[in-house]
Design a protein around this ligand. Structure first.
Ligand code: AMP
Length: 216
């Protein structure tokens, strides 16, 4: 099963992906997490991506698609978070999946008002090691600055500052939101109100996934 989670930065894709991956056994493929790990390790890919990520711009499509293609195995159960981000990537994904005999089962769009997305991004914190997502206001780690799950440092992402967050939201509106229209026409598309609490969003997503599983 291949599920795509679409949504503005701050709409909760990472949080929900972590929950759904655990519950259904999906492999969580989050392109932003991969870039952050590669940048931290100063790999060749990280060096190529770092200026784009820091500035809140999209990393060039050729780099992203190559990175995803190298990680998608045929027959795998994937939850795609942060990819595709524009129509070119969506078309590349369709080609990749065709090539390994699979297809997209569900596209879930987490819709959120822009002001709330900015508010959430500015208070978001993440584990520098395992990428667990926290929130300084609503879900801080039990011990200040320390990840509950792995004990590594909890930090604010460099691109979650208010100015960069606003820029990322503009990129989303211009490039990623049009994907909703693309997938509405092409695939099984569902919209979920991401302004609800995380457990409510999770319940809505689980209901969508469960009904798709029953139908297949
Ligand atoms: P995210 O964690 O999904 O908010 O992504 C953080 C940053 O990684 C983005 O602002 C981009 O710079 C980069 N990035 C992640 N996924 C993609 C993608 N599919 N295409 C281009 N750039 C991406």
């Amino acid at each position: 099963m291949i599920v795509i989670l679409l949504g503005a930065p701050g709409s909760g894709k990472g949080t929900q992906s972590q929950r759904l991956a655990g519950k259904y056994g999906f492999q969580h493929l989050a392109t932003g997490d991969i870039f952050r790990a590669e940048i931290a390790q100063k790999t060749a890919l990280g060096v190529k991506a770092q200026d784009y990520v820091k500035a809140g711009k999209l990393v060039p499509d050729s780099i992203v698609t190559e990175m995803v293609a190298a990680r998608l195995e045929s027959g795998g159960k994937y939850l795609l978070d942060g990819f595709p981000r524009n129509l070119v990537q969506a078309q590349s994904l369709a080609e990749m999946l065709k090539g390994n005999g699979s297809s997209i089962d569900l596209v879930c769009f987490l819709s959120l008002a822009p002001a709330e997305a900015i508010r959430r991004m500015s208070s978001r914190r993440i584990c520098s090691q395992c990428a667990e997502v926290y929130n300084a206001l609503s879900r801080p780690p039990k011990k200040d600055g320390v990840c509950d799950k792995c004990g590594a440092g909890v930090i604010q992402r460099e691109d979650d500052t208010e100015a960069t967050a606003a820029k990322r939201l503009m990129v989303f509106n211009d490039l990623t939101e049009p994907l909703a229209a693309y997938y509405k026409a092409e695939h099984v598309f569902h919209e979920v109100d991401a302004g609800q609490s995380p457990p409510q969003v999770e319940a809505a997503l689980c209901a969508i996934i469960d009904s798709a599983r029953t139908a297949s």
